[in-house]
Design a protein around this ligand. Structure first.
Ligand SMILES: [Zn+2]
Length: 322
């Protein structure tokens, strides 16, 4: 029997939210490939009561009495078995069965999705990864994130955090700064997760700054380092040379392991096109498969990837049907 509920779901209105450590952004999508931001309010990060009340007020203002579901994109690991979230940037929700608790408070179906998964899904379905079956979406924001999408669906896995390449994979400890085959040691840094040498310690904006300080004994923000690099500064050249070597190696391993044919990059560092170009060249040098086409590409969505991915999830899932 044809599943008409899916067809109806494709075209009905869904609500989405992107919750970060600073803002809650609520959006509405009336049809696929269209999301409109309706309101943005500061995130209450320390009070669960204030957090719930803020979402309740947003829902009352914009969603009203309709049965429309709400999919929330936010940073954090959600245990697939228990639904318990661990979210370091919004401490008041950490340890809660957030989806169920909010569903009961707001009296509608609510699903929480990892923000990197939402970004990866947006890129895979509607963005820079469209047309590819296996897409590995990378986030290089303040930290390193990632999401794996196969056949247009997020792969969460048993842990719910499949695609999380920022921790666990150790970066190489030696870098050939001059391309002459004389690799120099680079000290592995301790990671917030307790391990040493995770990609997250050097891979995104804060990591680039740490790497620059370690190699050059000077503090500069990532924008300045990347500006200096583009203007030919020697210290910045060393930093970016090390960054490319240290990040491309684990990323090439991820491409080998997942079978991804495209890696869209989102987050602050993705705005620096020459850096993403150089990362693509470095990754393709290291993958087992010889890719003729680009693999690492800038993501298509600068601002609203989280909302777009959440809207795709809202339309995909059976949970939203009565
Ligand atoms: Zn780590």
């Amino acid at each position: 029997m044809p599943d008409t509920s899916v067809e109806q779901g494709q075209h009905s209105r869904v609500f989405v939210a992107d919750i970060g450590g600073s803002y809650i952004r609520l959006g509405v999508s009336d049809r696929p490939r269209s999301v409109r931001l309706v309101e943005s309010v500061p995130t209450p990060v320390d009070s669960w009561e204030a957090f719930g009340a803020t979402l309740e007020a947003l829902a009352a203002r914009h969603i009203g009495e309709t049965r429309s579901p709400l999919v929330i994109s936010m940073a954090g690991a959600i245990d697939p078995a228990s639904g318990v979230i661990c979210a370091s940037n919004v401490p008041c929700v950490s340890g809660r069965v957030l989806g169920a608790e909010l569903s009961s408070r707001l009296k509608r179906r609510i699903r929480i999705a990892n923000d990197a998964d939402c970004l990866a899904l947006a890129e895979a379905v509607e963005g820079a990864g469209a047309g590819h079956d296996v897409v590995f979406g990378v986030v290089l924001g303040s930290g390193v994130g990632g999401g794996l999408v196969v056949g247009g669906r997020v792969v969460g896995g048993a842990s719910g955090i499949a695609g999380e390449w920022g921790h666990g994979l150790s970066v190489s400890a030696r870098v050939d700064f001059d391309g002459m085959g004389h690799a120099e040691p680079v000290m592995a840094l301790r990671c917030g997760c307790g391990r040493v040498g995770c990609v997250d310690t050097i891979g995104a904006a804060r990591g680039l700054e740490r790497l620059h300080a370690l190699l050059n004994d000077e503090q500069k923000d990532s924008h300045t380092v990347l500006d200096d690099w583009q203007q030919g500064g020697e210290r910045a050249r060393r930093t970016v040379c090390a960054w490319l070597a240290l990040v491309s190696e684990p990323l090439a391993a991820v491409v080998n392991i997942t079978g991804a044919s495209v890696v869209p990059v989102c987050g602050g560092l993705s705005n620096v096109a020459p850096l993403i170009d150089a990362l693509d060249a470095a990754v393709r040098k290291r993958t087992l498969r010889r890719f003729r086409e680009r693999v690492v590409v800038p993501g298509a969505f600068r601002q609203d990837g989280g909302l777009i991915g959440a809207a795709i999830i809202a339309r995909q899932d059976d949970w939203r049907e009565p």
